[in-house]
Design a protein around this ligand. Structure first.
Ligand code: NAI
Ligand code: MG
Length: 357
């Protein structure tokens, strides 16, 4: 029996520390549920760039394209100019592999502390779908008179009807499997051109889903409601920049960046999807065993679900649910367990998971 081919990109900083735990959890699940995963590791990131001068050579990109999924840690290093790795690898792969949905669940787990007083797990269970290939992240714009006192910089936001529609449609499809409510987040009162395209596209897709209720919230108000009334959201669809910002807030609400998971999905399966924690390489805590691997393990759960291993995905989630409340804190030495210890504890839990759900 040959297994699913997974390309593993641990990256920099805490990336290798947390992905090692996610691999451990996946292997425990593969053993428990009787399937095989065939891992190939690629040492891309800051060191690779320093040594070769390249972020990702074409041969490696072609190999990644043949994988069934990609499990990614994080890239970024203080010694590398900002953007070289983040744009050159993360943004590049999302675009090259047409991973147009960035799926980021925001879920408060029982027994996990949240900074929002009194918030209950039942009141915080939403998914944010961030458009992942367009918007302000395309990189169009430029300088005039750079370095002079009359300098001008422009940074454009690209929004196509096709790009918006495919993201919004995925949101409605997901809502049908959930609580059947979709919220559009934008800033249509000020960004009237892009906002108008998003709203008209949203309304026309909504017409195909009469069972789904809809709502519109400005992005600034979203920052308020995500904290005061997260229960009003089920599926949220938004553009690339707004999605980047509100999902960090969502991560804080659910207990911190260490817990936040994401999937860069190519729902049409024309290229592999890529799964990564929401956090970056965290150079401030790297190398000490202080990173929480939950975000990486929960991202691996999204990957197993995407590959069709539903029971295994649930086992990974349950493992995280079981171990998180036993920690002294959600990050740093106060956790009381190292990154690796947490991975071992989650894997031990998965090995005992029920095999019929
Ligand atoms: P970051 O997400 O790396 O860290 C922000 C804060 O969260 C830090 O205080 C960090 O200690 C904490 N944190 C991060 N991961 C954690 C974990 N697993 N457990 C507990 N605490 C955790 O963001 P920052 O500091 O802005 O960026 C550091 C580098 O990462 C930069 O080079 C940045 O460009 C890059 N980055 C890369 C991303 C990617 O590869 N997809 C995403 C975000 C940032
Ligand atoms: Mg971000």
């Amino acid at each position: 029996m040959s297994g699913k081919r997974i390309a593993l990109l641990p990256g920099d900083g805490v990336g290798p520390e947390v992905t090692a735990q996610a691999v451990k959890a996946c292997e425990a699940a593969a053993k428990r549920f009787g399937f095989e995963l065939d891992w190939t590791e690629y040492e891309l990131g800051a060191d690779y760039w320093r040594i070769t001068g390249q972020v990702i050579p074409a041969e490696i990109e072609a190999e990644l394209a043949r994988a069934d999924a990609i499990l990614f840690g994080a890239v970024g290093d203080p010694s590398v100019p900002p953007g070289v790795l983040e744009r050159g690898l993360v943004i590049h792969l999302r675009t090259a592999f047409d991973q147009y949905v960035n799926l980021r669940p925001v879920r408060l787990l029982p027994g996990v502390p949240t900074p929002i007083r009194g918030l209950q797990p039942d009141d915080c269970d939403l998914v944010i779908l961030r458009e992942n290939t367009e918007g302000a992240y395309v990189g169009t714009g430029g300088f005039v008179h750079r370095g002079s006192e009359n300098e001008i910089a422009t940074q454009e936001s690209i929004n196509t009807r096709k790009g918006v529609e495919r993201l919004v449609r995925h949101g409605f499809r997901m809502a049908m499997e959930r609580r059947k409510h979709v919220t559009l987040v934008h800033k249509s009162n000020i960004l009237t051109f892009a906002g108008d395209l998003w709203q008209r596209t949203f309304d026309s897709v909504a017409a195909d889903y009469p069972d789904v209720t809809t709502d519109y919230v400005h992005v600034d108000a979203m920052c308020l409601y995500l904290v005061t009334e997260p229960q009003r959201f089920d599926v949220v669809v938004t553009d690339n920049l707004f999605g980047d910002i509100i999902t960090d807030l969502g991560a804080a609400v659910q207990g911190g960046l260490g817990l936040a998971a994401s999937g860069n999905l190519n729902p049409d399966h024309t290229a592999p999807s890529m799964f990564e924690p929401v956090h970056g390489s965290a150079p401030d805590i790297a190398g000490r065993g202080w990173a929480n691997p939950a975000g990486s393990i929960l991202s691996a759960a999204l990957m197993l679900e995407h590959l069709g291993y539903r029971d295994a995905a649930v086992a990974l989630e349950d493992g995280v649910r079981a171990v998180m409340p036993t920690l002294g804190a959600l990050r740093g030495p106060e956790m009381g367990m190292s990154t690796e210890d947490i991975g071992d504890a989650v894997a031990a839990h998965i090995s005992e998971a029920p095999t019929h759900s």
